[in-house]
Design a protein around this ligand. Sequence first.
Ligand SMILES: *Cc1c(COP(=O)(O)O)cnc(C)c1O
Length: 384
Amino acid sequence: MLMKNYSRVNLAFKKGFGSILIDETRRDFVDFSSGIGVCSLGHGHKKLAKTISKQASNLLHTSNIYQITPQTKLAEKICKLLKSPYYLFFANSGAEANECAIKLAKKHGFKKGIKEVEIFSLSNSFHGRTMATLKLTGQDKFHPQDFAPYPQGFRFFDSIDEIITNLNDNTAAVFIELVQGEGGINPLDKKKVQNLAKILAQKDILLVTDEVQCGVYRTGEFVTSQIYDIEPDIITFAKGLGGGVAIGACASKEDIFEAGDHGSTFGGNFLASSAGLCVLDELQKLKNSGKLDKTIANFTKKLDKIAKKFPNLIEKRVGLGLMQGLVLKDNTNLNKIFENAIKFRVLILKSGKATLRFLPPLNISQKEINLGFKRLEKALSELK
Ligand SMILES: *Cc1c(COP(=O)(O)O)cnc(C)c1O
């Protein structure tokens, strides 16, 4: 039996190809969710399947006490795409990538002589489900007394301005999602982020961008930091990096861990690293061919059209690249639209209190986009 920690939809998928999923009763669904931004190459991707299968028959895992060549290669590839040298640690999830970043921030603070390290984040952020990343998450509903006590030293603020005002001698790091994924698809203001980055650099406080959801080409560039023209001290990755294989990564400008400071049994093993390498190769090709930018333009156009067609339901479109949202006028419609979309066989996600979230596979075809929006339109029409 399974724990009841998820509120699951009564749908069971069996197969997938491209951005189409087939359930056990053979109905087809258009996937505008990619398993929460994970299946960046869609489903049943031939090259990724072949890479994984070939790696599986050679070697799945050794452990990090030995050299793992695909892991080294993946680190090099990420640095190349970041256009800057970073030191990489590989984990298995977003929360674990952030845990690594928290430890790096604490050690950075300790080395500076801070006795009681503070780490700042933003309201409506989401950083994971481990005890520390839960406390780092800037939403009180994630800190119920059921799970107390929580780790100390985490403070969250309503705005970048407030973060700047509250910086003090104990602040070791500031974590931000450049586009908040769970908090309603909120892209932060570019000027404010750049100003924050400048101030933090002056004060030797680390800027950490949690790109677990918005990274790996999701918003149109390899990392959203590139769109914001900043070079964070630490960047964390996960969701889209393995195309469905569990992987997390923490990239840091500073290499301050000693041997034994941190580790992971599975992190960056042969299977996950070779999946990551294949995903990055394929996505880089998609970007360089101009296809990704074209898909983003088309998808955005479709969303704008739908927002215009249902002004009673939709307030506005928000987001960047293929990380998009439609903010609803009335948040009581959120669940209704989510369920109606399933009825008309298009899969979308919810975000925050009133936002429909769209995270389609990055290689979604025009035909799949058209079909998905046709179905979404029907789902919305029923509520109009
Ligand atoms: C999903 C997410 C996480 C947590 O990732 P897991 O792999 O579920 O641990 C952390 N940060 C952001 C921004 C996320 O979207």
